[in-house]
Design a binder for this molecule. Structure first.
Ligand SMILES: Cc1cc2nc3c(=O)[nH]c(=O)nc-3n(C[C@H](O)[C@H](O)[C@H](O)COP(=O)(O)OP(=O)(O)OC[C@H]3O[C@@H](n4cnc5c(N)ncnc54)[C@H](O)[C@@H]3O)c2cc1C
Length: 406
């Protein structure tokens, strides 16, 4: 049994947990970062980093390394039913980069993790946490390290366990499982026609949802699908994400791209949580960051950016908590208010749009209109990239432009 007491114990060393660990260690706290696996480890993902994600990675001092190891993306190709297409360059938004980067999570998460360790966080791998309980001096965390029982005390905990709900349930933070997006991806080498653009398809998959081709080099791509099983998908009754993936790569365009390609590993599926607008953001003695708080773009399934941003926000909040010595329930409510202030409006808007794009005719109409109207294109790009003020872009004028095509 461990007897050392830490200021903060962080459960989950993905982008959410490792960024929190980095910022807290920089602020001078003693931080224990825990994960059930050892690092490096892979995570099923599309491997796309938005400008928002790149901004936090720059703040952590690792953007250069990520640019070096990753693949630069300058634009997005959208493919709708009835052969409608739209190309959008990544727009410049304030000081954010005007490009994306793709980098397999095996490498990305290791770079973020190493930066947290470099800043001073202690890592304990192979450690599966099963419960967090409030005690008078803070929190007691229990679980198993390589099958041996383990107990750790800390003043506060961070839960950064991603889409895995077990710890949230056993710690009574979540009672009912939220509806999740179902997703699957596979890497292919020797893919035809890759460029410095990502491709998103609203064709050949259940809606709302999309299929993607994210190049991670000039010849290798991450190909995948994600769909919301409670929209029109209910009527399709696809067996599972793997089946949807297999149907998607039968599309003519995909067949051409993958004609000479070779799969590099089996198809891997994983769910995505995106219920932030109604999700709890804390439990007794513990703050939630990243996907554990449902912080994934409800339209696109991108969550690395919000995991990094919430990690930074949580660390800043904890710094004030310790300065004030206020560990009361009000302080946890203040963290919830902080996250809502940053993300609630955007997430409500993105959830509403997801409900709209179940109609293939509407998507085709929108892409057709956006082809000729630069303002609409810009609005669409900002929405897809989850830019903060995307919610302000939709006006009666834009709706009229979509309907009239001018
Ligand atoms: C197919 C797919 C494609 C995606 N594509 C993209 C994309 O292109 N871009 C993007 O930005 N996002 C994408 N996402 C979403 C993104 O993967 C997640 O939102 C992101 O990983 C969330 O980061 P996180 O740190 O919150 O959680 P995670 O990265 O999931 O990390 C959680 C960590 O917690 C550990 N853990 C869990 N439970 C315990 C426990 N009880 N004890 C100890 N450790 C535990 C896990 O081992 C893991 O290391 C995709 C998701 C999927 C499934």
């Amino acid at each position: 049994m461990s007897s050392r007491k830490y200021d903060i114990a962080i459960i989950g060393a993905g982008p959410g947990g490792s960024s929190t660990a980095y910022f807290l260690s920089k602020y001078g706290f003693s931080v224990l970062l825990i994960d059930k696996t050892e690092f490096p480890r892979a995570k099923t993902c599309g491997d796309g980093l938005t400008p928002r994600a790149l901004d936090v990675l720059a703040d952590m001092g690792i953007l250069g390394k990520i640019q070096q190891e990753g693949f630069r993306i300058d634009g997005i190709h959208l493919f709708a039913p009835r052969k409608k297409r739209l190309y959008m360059p990544i727009p410049q938004k304030g000081n954010l980069p005007n490009y994306l980067v793709t980098l397999p999570r095996l490498q990305l998460d290791q770079i973020i993790f190493e930066q947290a360790i470099e800043a001073g966080a202690i890592f304990q791998g192979n450690t599966h946490i099963t419960q967090i309980k409030k005690i008078p001096q803070g929190v007691r965390i229990t679980g198993k390290h390589k099958q041996h029982p383990l107990e750790i005390d800390a003043r506060m905990a961070i839960i950064a366990t991603g889409a895995n709900l077990k710890l949230l349930r056993s710690s009574k933070i979540i009672q009912k499982a939220p509806t999740m997006i179902l997703a699957a991806r596979q890497y292919f080498e020797n893919v035809n026609g890759l460029s410095n653009n990502v491709e998103a398809y609203f064709d050949g998959i259940p809606l709302p949802g999309y299929g993607w081709v994210f190049p991670i080099s000039e010849t290798v791509a991450n190909v995948g699908v994600g769909y919301w099983p409670h929209g029109i998908a209910r009527h399709w009754k696809p067996e599972n994400a793997t089946q949807v993936f297999k149907n998607f790569i039968k599309l003519e365009t995909l067949r051409e791209m993958l004609n000479d390609a070779k799969a590099m590993e089996p198809i891997r599926g994983f769910p995505i949580r995106m219920d932030f607008t109604t999700a709890p953001t804390f439990g007794e003695g513990a703050l939630l960051v990243g996907e554990a708080a449902g912080l994934v773009n409800p339209l696109t399934g991108e969550g690395i950016d919000f995991a990094l941003e919430s990690g930074k926000l949580a660390a800043g909040h904890i710094q004030h908590t310790f300065e004030r010595g206020d560990f009361s329930p009000e302080d946890f409510l203040a963290y919830d208010a902080l996250l809502r202030e940053h993300f609630q409006r955007l997430f409500i808007m993105l959830t509403r749009i997801r409900k709209l794009y179940i109609n293939p005719l509407l998507i085709s109409r929108f892409l057709e209109s956006a082809q000729n109207i630069p303002d609409l294109q810009l609005m669409l790009a900002n929405i897809i990239l989850g830019h903060q003020d995307a919610a302000d872009c939709i006006s009666p004028k834009t709706i009229r432009q979509v309907l009239l095509g001018r």
